[in-house]
Ligand binder design. Structure first.
Ligand SMILES: Nc1ncnc2c1ncn2[C@@H]1O[C@H](COP(=O)(O)OP(=O)(O)OP(=O)(O)O)[C@@H](O)[C@H]1O
Length: 243
């Protein structure tokens, strides 16, 4: 598969603090990558470094073979980096429809396509951003990112705080994006759902990749899950007891 994103020996952080340390990874076109790790290991910082929101000490980020390391966030978005922040970043004083169209860029993802994926957003089109439930906000954040027609979508804990039925719906929508050729990088605490969705997973610890495996393999690797995440039971099928 053709390479889309390449991160090479990246060290990045905030002020004088190096959070990401000498980290390298690559992502193929339409590939989905899970980024796992305990709290505070640098998952958000990695995503923010791809978006261009951190201080870069060393290393490069390339998209489609072009070095975007020195580009500001707006230019990275124009180059094809889509971002759904952990805070969701909904414009609260705009309607749902205005949220979707305010920053849209031309491409296959239009308002109709987003409404098809999330019919709830069509129903709520005239509501203000601050009148939405958590699940609706997350759908809106994803829909708005898609309206920028990215080649890779970065999602930072998209299911945080949502009810299981909404989590299932969101993962189904993300699965649909994948099928349609959008590459995904998903930071998640719900290891089970994200390992079903993704092709490959990396586990971070103290700003470095400490484990990397195909998602289908990691899902059953209770030793690795316990060692790096302490969550082996969380990725077993529902209803199954941990060994
Ligand atoms: N804006 C910031 N300024 C300074 N330090 C920060 C900032 N954001 C994060 N950090 C520090 O960077 C380190 C990594 O945080 P980060 O949020 O990237 O981890 P995480 O793996 O995403 O954690 P969580 O799962 O809790 O979201 C932490 O020590 C944190 O205190």
């Amino acid at each position: 598969m053709a390479e889309l994103l390449r991160v090479t020996a990246l060290s990045a952080g905030y002020g004088d603090l190096r959070v990401i340390r000498d980290l390298s990874l690559s992502l193929a076109r339409a590939e989905a990558l899970a980024v796992l790790g305990r709290n505070g290991v640098g998952k958000t910082t990695l995503v923010e470094s791809l978006v261009g929101l951190t201080r870069r000490f060393a290393g490069t980020v390339a998209l489609d073979g072009r070095d975007i390391s020195a580009r500001p966030p707006e230019a990275r978005v124009r180059a094809g980096i889509g971002w759904v922040p952990q805070s969701r970043g909904i414009f609260r004083s705009l309607t749902v429809r205005q949220n979707l169209t305010a920053t849209a860029r031309p491409g296959p993802w239009t308002l109709d396509r987003v409404h098809e994926m999330f019919p709830r957003l069509a129903e709520r089109g005239g509501h203000m951003g601050d009148q939405l439930s958590g699940g609706e906000q997350q759908m809106l954040a994803i829909g708005r990112a898609m309206m920028l027609n990215p080649s890779v979508l970065l999602l930072d804990e998209p299911t945080e705080g949502l009810a299981p039925v909404i989590v299932d719906r969101l993962f189904a929508a993300l699965g649909q994006l994948r099928q349609e050729g959008v590459a995904l990088i998903v930071v998640e605490q719900h290891a089970r759902g994200v390992l079903d969705l993704t092709d490959r997973a990396v586990i971070l610890d103290r700003g470095r990749i400490v484990h990397e495996a195909p998602s289908a393999e990691l899902r059953h690797d209770t030793a690795a899950l316990e060692a790096h995440l302490g969550v082996a039971s969380a990725v077993l099928p529902r209803g199954a007891a941990a060994p």
